[in-house]
Write a protein that binds this ligand. Sequence first.
Ligand code: PLP
Length: 435
Amino acid sequence: MAGSRLDPWLGSYASRARSMSASEIRSLFAVASRPEVVSLAGGMPFVQALSVDDIADSVAAMIRTKGAVALQYGSGQGDTTLREQIANEVVAPVGISAHPDDVVVTTGSQMALDLVVRVFCDPGDVVLVEAPSYVGALGVFRAYECDIVHVAMDEEGLSPNALEDAIAAVIASGRRPKLIYTIPSFHNPAGVTQGPLRRTQILEIANRHSILVLEDDPYGLLGFDGPYADGAAPRAMRADDSQGVVYLGSFSKTIASGLRVGWAIAPHGVREKLVLAAESAILCPSNFSQLTVSDYLATQPWTDQIKTFRELYRERRDALLESLEAMMPRGTSWTVPEGGFYSWVTLPEGLDSRAMLPRAVAALVAYVPGTGFFVDGTGTESLRLSYCYPEPDRIREGVRRLAGVVESELTLVNTFGSAGHHADSGQQTPSPDVA
Ligand SMILES: Cc1ncc(COP(=O)(O)O)c(C=O)c1O
């Protein structure tokens, strides 16, 4: 294949790079980051709620006492003290008891996702993912040329019946799914949470078919109410199955995403492969970031900080839900998250969230269209709203603008039978700030 004037290397890329494409909605998101636009698109944690002075003090003390280590290469598996803290303290609230040897520290949990797929998936391997699923995970699966199969969800997340059916269909096609990728707690983007029974059912199905479960849990400590009030975190699947589950965690939402520190907890053999894969990708995760996190955990009231985050996000979730209730046209529905950052909105019949986005941005409000969370072009009737970043008043204003846009789309549909946009389908890859 020949190159082009814009990219002379176009013909030389590996086949896996061909499935990596920037979305046309990226340019819209560039506009959406202007201050006059209320962005309900981005999944950025509100790091302004951290005490910068405390972090500055702890970084200064860390670099004075451990500078030679912090500024040096480290272990591919991650800093020993941090792995102990993760295994002994950080994952205790989700019910996991792990040995520090089972932990691999990564550059955000995004990298852990990449490593797991790298060591498990050949091109064409089937991975089962929720419908909808996390954009960043879909990007990894596509990069490794996996065959991505969406499995339906309900108000309690991944549906066991749909999972059974999907597995049966894959087996009937002469293949075997490699992974079940799930976000059981405070789902991105669906905002729903699997209850304990649901988790047991999914584990039972996965074990019966010998399919590895990849449990992605960056939001588990950010529950607000219902069964997750007062800091009660949903029990991780890994807590009940140490051999069949690889668990991914992150400090991005509980401390700071800019530090880029996450981890995987994996069965022994898998852990060894992950470390080898990590070494070939980056040699080792940043010692500076790891020691910063480790000192923060040792010296700062980190559980109080998570409580602060939980209260802040609950207030924003309430602002979102109240204003959706008050302002959205009839026929719109949404999920009620009990934690995390997101609510999944379903538009009145006939509306297309992707086609509507330019009008929403023109009305100074942004969201992520549902199609971004599927690989098969479905999701046009849905969109994701994030309440983590804007202040409550901005959220209310954003919903007011969005309701106006939905209202006028509805008028168009009712008058002309369509809102008059072209409705391209296909997967979109928003930039990291909207992931
Ligand atoms: C479900 C899910 N998994 C993984 C990540 C990646 O997080 P990080 O790499 O910052 O740990 C995110 C970020 O938004 C997410 O929502």
